[in-house]
Design a protein around this ligand. Structure first.
Ligand code: NAP
Length: 283
């Protein structure tokens, strides 16, 4: 029976130092503050905003929700982002995505000031992650995977890691973070030939395809550490990951549950990054 790598203890441990730093900053009159920009009423955005707000409050990060209507023109969103960039009381900006169809997401996410890019959304942050230079922040979900591996003492050096998914939000950055830590990394995607064989060969498997159950027993092998990033609706209206959880429990060494795994850590990374951005801004 696989060990469960739960996110809650990781999230709690991760917030200890930032909470102390936030308190110290507050004493100097700097309250770390995060703006959460939401467009429209997508239920998963609302849920993420709620979770992030709660976690930030615990750490001592003030949040400011900015809700724009689903039909906000692109110029309106761009102006709102520029205003937040110029607002000295805001240290981090989270733009909830995907943006409504028809918006130029590439252009809009790159408006966020690099100093306030606490979710690693800009191309400049990606560049930092890919070059390993500068003190850019990785997308919170990618960083959350690393925090889980570190918390549970998973040694990465020289290990075969497979990342399923190649998005800029999860797959590519987490692959770079693993590489930085000396894992031997393979990135698989929807056109990869023989995905099961690629996955079975992994010692560390990160599933971020966004396809319920696409990682089943044919992709798993004994001894593996499996992180399930996927968040999908199951047939009962609940949440499930990309990994067939029953198969994983039976076969691998350790697996993150969904919900309660990677997703439970993401908001803590966001809070931590906002405190770090506030600290940087105050220096
Ligand atoms: P995305 O942009 O849709 O990317 C999905 C990636 O998976 C693509 O690279 C795609 O390949 C690949 N893929 C799709 N189906 C596949 C298959 N059957 N076999 C192999 N690869 C496949 O999604 P994303 O934004 O990276 O998010 C991925 C998942 O993570 C989603 O379920 C999302 O909800 C979840 N997520 C969770 C958190 C969290 O905090 N837990 C945060 C963000 C996202 P191609 O490039 O070839 O199309």
């Amino acid at each position: 029976m696989a060990e469960l790598l739960r996110g809650a203890p990781v999230a709690n441990a991760l917030c200890e130092a930032p909470a102390r730093e936030a308190a110290a900053l507050a004493k100097k009159g700097v309250v770390p503050a995060l703006a959460i920009v939401r467009i429209g009423e997508r239920p998963d955005d609302i849920a993420y905003e709620r979770g992030a707000t709660k976690r930030c409050e615990k750490v001592g990060v003030r949040t400011r929700g900015l809700l724009l209507p689903a039909d906000v023109p692109q110029d309106g969103l761009a102006a709102a982002l520029r205003e937040l960039n110029a607002d000295a009381a805001i240290h981090g900006i989270l733009l909830l995505r995907p943006l409504p169809a028809g918006m130029d997401e590439d252009a809009l996410r790159n408006i966020v000031s690099p100093a306030k890019d606490v979710d690693g959304a800009t191309d400049l942050s990606s560049l930092g992650i890919f070059t390993g230079k500068g003190d850019c922040m990785a997308p919170c979900t990618a960083q959350a995977c690393m925090e889980i591996l570190d918390f549970y003492g998973v040694d990465l050096k020289g290990k075969r890691a497979v990342v399923v998914g190649r998005s800029l939000v999860v797959g590519k950055p987490v692959a770079m973070l693993l590489l930085e830590r000396h894992a031997t990394v393979t990135i698989a995607h929807s056109r990869s030939a023989d995905l099961p064989a690629i996955c079975r060969n992994a010692e560390i498997l990160i599933a971020s395809a966004g396809r319920a159950g696409c990682i089943d027993r044919s992709c798993l092998s004994p001894g593996q550490i499996v992180l399930d990033v996927g968040v999908n609706a199951d047939e009962n209206g609940g949440l499930c990951g990309d990994v067939d959880f029953g198969d994983a429990l039976e076969i691998v060494a350790a697996v993150t549950p969904v919900p309660g795994g990677v997703g439970a850590v993401t908001a803590s990374v966001l809070a931590k990054n906002t405190v770090a951005a506030a600290k940087r801004a105050s220096q």
